[in-house]
Design a protein around this ligand. Structure first.
Ligand SMILES: [Zn+2]
Length: 98
């Protein structure tokens, strides 16, 4: 998982996007194997992907947010899927679809 996702984090309290302070990050990763035929050889390469949970503090309103990130190594942080878990009914919940 690329580490410069903090500029993509969204505050569920005040609606500010970007530059949240990441207090804690937990990431699960898995691997998928991509198989591409290449002449007589079958080339296999692994692509890490997974789900991360980010506890962050908004630099504007200083409230806490818990954001779930579905990430894939092929994507840039701007293309990850971000879901705000806390606050549950906050502004911008599910603000980005894949
Ligand atoms: Zn905020």
């Amino acid at each position: 998982m690329k580490t410069n996702y903090s500029s993509e984090l969204f505050c569920g309290h005040c609606g500010r996007k970007g530059l949240a302070r990441v207090l804690s990050a937990y990431s699960e990763r898995d691997m998928e194997t991509l198989t591409s035929p290449c002449g007589y050889l079958v080339k296999q390469s692994s692509r890490p992907w997974g789900t991360a949970y980010i506890l962050s503090q908004c630099m504007r309103c200083e409230e806490m947010n818990l954001t779930k990130i579905d990430w894939h190594d092929d994507f840039s942080p701007a293309d990850y899927t971000y879901t705000i878990l806390y606050p549950a009914s906050g502004f911008g919940n599910k603000y980005k679809q894949p």
